[in-house]
Ligand binder design. Sequence first.
Ligand SMILES: [Zn+2]
Length: 318
Amino acid sequence: MPSFHDSFPDAKPEAHKACRFYDEHYSSIAQWQLEPGKKLILRGSQEGTCRFCGRSKPEVAFQQIAHAIPECIGNKSLSTNYECDECNALFGVGIETDFGNWSKAQRTMSCIRGKKGIPAHKGPNKSWRFEHKDGGFQVTQDHNPIAVVNEDTREIKLKLCADPYTPIAVLKAFTKMALSLMPEAELPNFEAALSWIRNPDHSVGLVNNFPVLYTFVPGVSPFDGINAILLRRLSDDLLVPYQTFVLTYGNEVFQTIVPCPERDIAISGKSIHFLRLPNPYDLGLKPIVPMSHERLDLSGRTVVKGEVVETTLGYTLN
Ligand SMILES: [Zn+2]
C-alpha cells in the first residue's frame, strides 16, 4: 500500500494529521460531485412519503422540485422525491432565504449561477449595485463608494452590505441539506434535528454552539462544481460528533456538525478534539494565494441586518 507521503508528497504535516484523524474516526456514508447536465433524483423506499414531516400522499403533495442542495449555489441536478410541497415551501421561506441572503455576496463574487443567473448585489435607493456583466464585474456607486481601486497593488477592495438573515436559520439550512442527502436508515438517529429544522421559531431548540469550519480558497473556480460529503463516526466509543457534513462550492468549503442529541450525549457540553477535513489544496494543489480558515459562529437567534462583507479582488491589465 502506498504511504500517505507517496500519495501526497506536497501535503502539509497538518493535512497528514487530519487525514489520520479521519481514517481513525470517520467513514464516508454519502458523497456527491454534482455534474450540471446530469439530473439525479434521490428516492425514498416508500414513494410518496415525506422524510421531514412523515406525512404521505394524499395528505401532502409532491409536485414541486425538491432540491437536495439549494439551487442558489448552482445545484440544478440533484433533487429528492421525499420532500413534500408543504415542507418545500416551509424551508424555502424559512431557512433557505436566510441561507441565500447570508451567502449572496460571495456567490456574486464567485460567479455562481442560481435560478436567475449570477445574483446582483444592490444597496438601498439605488445607491450602489455590484453585478456580473459581459464576462466581468460592474460596480455602480454614488458618493459613498463600495469599491476602492488600488492601482499600485492592482486590487479592488469591496464592501458589500448583506441582506438580512438569522444565523441559526443558516445553520438549519446546512442541517437540512445533510438530512436530505442522508441514507434513509440514518433518519431514526435525527428525529430532534428533523423537528428542529421545521420549527419556524428560531429562538428555541437544539443548538447552542456548533461552530462551522470555513475555508476560503482564492482564484477563479478553484473547485470543480459542487461537492457534498457526509461522514459518520466509526464507533460509539470515539468522542467525536456522530456525523459531519462538508459542502464545497465556488471558492468556499463549509464543514458542519449534524446536530444529533440522540447519538452525541457522551460529548454534549464537552470540549472535543476535532479537525477539519482536508481539501485538495491541503493535499498538494497550489492555490494562487494561500487559503484562509475561520470558525463561523452561526448560533445567533436574532436577525442580523446591515452586515458588511469585505473582500479583495485582484486584477490584471490587458
Ligand atoms: Zn413534509
